[in-house]
Design a protein around this ligand. Structure first.
Ligand code: E4P
Length: 218
């Protein structure tokens, strides 16, 4: 399973990249607005830190402008994944950019039917938003199970399931059980994966007992 971080905060990205566990980055217009930075230089900087796919989302919603924006974003670096919305125009952009060899991430997916369309349009990634479905009392993880099952029936589709709108560690664990290819998580959720009270308790005891031996390894 690949780990992407869902943020436009360059300090968090650098911090997580230093762990060696980070496979990519996703951004969206809301995260860019929150960063307060200029979009293009920010994406350039992220691409200089992370070699895996970096999702940069188009801002327009009409086909012609999205195509122009997508082509411009794709030129920033080889690892840019142009992010387009799951609309008829967005999928048309997806098909054309994918045919030209650009990595495309189709975002705002909320149904298996939409995920089928994205795969047929040649998306490299489909981003189903689990947390936003949970928020309206629908089962976000069931959507992941459905998409994984459907995609397994069609090995000729190269689209990876990129679980998005992740809110807590169990979204990640359940995604892994289901065989989703990628999760994109806010930095605080990735950090929560490390935590277990028995790890802290056990380490405290080992440190104390080692002191009692009076020895040093170095
Ligand atoms: C995915 O690429 C999106 O940026 C993101 O996961 C949306 O998550 P949210 O529902 O927490 O805004």
């Amino acid at each position: 399973m690949k780990f992407f971080v869902d943020t436009a905060n360059i300090d968090d990205i650098r911090d997580l990249a230093s762990t060696g566990l980070l496979d990519g980055v996703t951004t969206n217009p809301s995260l860019v607005a929150k960063s307060g930075k200029q979009f293009i230089p920010l994406i350039e900087e992220i691409c200089s830190v992370v070699s895996g796919p970096v999702s940069a989302e188009v801002a327009a919603t009409d086909y012609e402008t999205m195509m122009k924006e997508g082509r411009k974003l794709a030129k920033i670096a080889k690892n840019i994944a142009v992010k387009v919305p799951l609309t008829p125009a967005g999928l048309k952009v997806c098909k054309n950019l994918s045919d030209d060899g650009t990595i495309v991430n189709v975002t705002l997916c909320f149904s298996p039917a939409q995920a089928i369309l994205a795969a047929k349009a040649g998306a490299a990634f489909i981003s189903p938003f689990v947390g936003r479905l949970d928020d309206i009392a629908q089962d976000g993880m069931q959507l992941i199970a459905d998409i994984v099952q459907i995609y397994e029936n069609y090995p000729q589709w190269d689209t990876e399931v990129l679980v998005a709108s992740v809110r807590h560690p169990m979204h990640i664990v359940d995604s892994a059980k289901m065989g989703a290819h990628v999760v994109t998580c806010p930095p605080d959720v990735i950090k929560k994966l490390y935590s277990h009270p028995l790890t802290d308790k056990g380490l405290t005891a080992f440190v104390e007992d080692w002191k009692k031996t009076g020895q040093s390894i170095l």
